[in-house]
Unconditional design. Structure first.
Length: 230
């Protein structure tokens, strides 16, 4: 398996006490962000219960989404490294929370999605389901339909030694036959954050990213062996 994965998604979700979305405050925020490195190209205030700022660069999309009880910063099909996303969170999140009248983030989450290219398998479904999960010949007789994607879902609860509840999805990647798709979402509910300090959130984002490299990759790597290849 290729050790360097391809990160395709970052997301930070900041959950707070519900508050109404105020159009004028969001318009001012959009202007204020235009003076920073976290500027967005467009604004959408058409819905009363949701607002968003966004930029598109080909397939890639940057968004900041406002709901009554949360703010989400998202990089979809990301074309930027984690360090650049961190800078955007540092610049935009405190201003966004201030515009929403938020004094404390009650719960926050970090989500990272990436893909790994397989070395010895051309079909990620065969690699994961038949090889890693030992399900060869045990699926089709029961479902009698072809499989588009298949995978594992693992949940690791928070402990005294390990912060955050981790939700891990490991699947064959539907956009590329020989790649594995990995999503890790870490939810932190024991650590209220007082803006403008974003460093605890940045630290948890980094740990979420590291979980893919340090934990998920070696788990998958043990199955991508030449002697198991078809």
């Amino acid at each position: 398996m290729q050790a360097e994965d391809r990160v395709i998604h970052f997301c930070v979700e900041l959950i707070h006490q519900p508050a109404p979305l105020k159009r004028q405050a969001l318009q001012k925020l959009y202007f204020d962000l235009s003076q920073t490195r976290a500027a967005y190209d467009s604004i959408d205030l058409a819905e009363a219960a949701q607002a968003r700022f966004y930029s598109r660069r080909g397939k890639a999309q940057s968004l900041i989404i406002f709901l009554p009880d949360r703010v989400l910063m998202v990089e979809e099909w990301s074309d930027i490294p984690l360090s650049t996303f961190e800078e955007k969170v540092r610049a935009a999140a405190p201003l966004a929370l201030q515009a929403r009248g938020v004094k404390q983030v009650l719960v926050h989450s970090a989500t990272v999605r990436s893909t790994f290219a397989l070395t010895h398998y051309k079909d990620a479904r065969v690699f994961l389901l038949d090889n890693a999960c030992c399900l060869e010949g045990r699926i089709a007789p029961h479902f009698e339909r072809p499989i588009a994607t298949g995978g594992l879902r693992l949940v690791f609860p928070e402990t005294n030694e390990h912060r955050g509840n981790l939700h891990v999805n490991i699947e064959s990647f539907r956009h590329s036959a020989d790649e594995m798709f990995v999503e890790v979402k870490a939810i932190f509910g024991r650590q209220p954050i007082a803006p403008p300090d974003m460093e605890p959130i940045i630290a948890n984002l980094r740990e979420t990213r590291a979980f893919i490299s340090d934990r998920v990759f070696p788990f998958l790597q043990q199955f991508d062996c030449p002697q198991e290849a078809l």
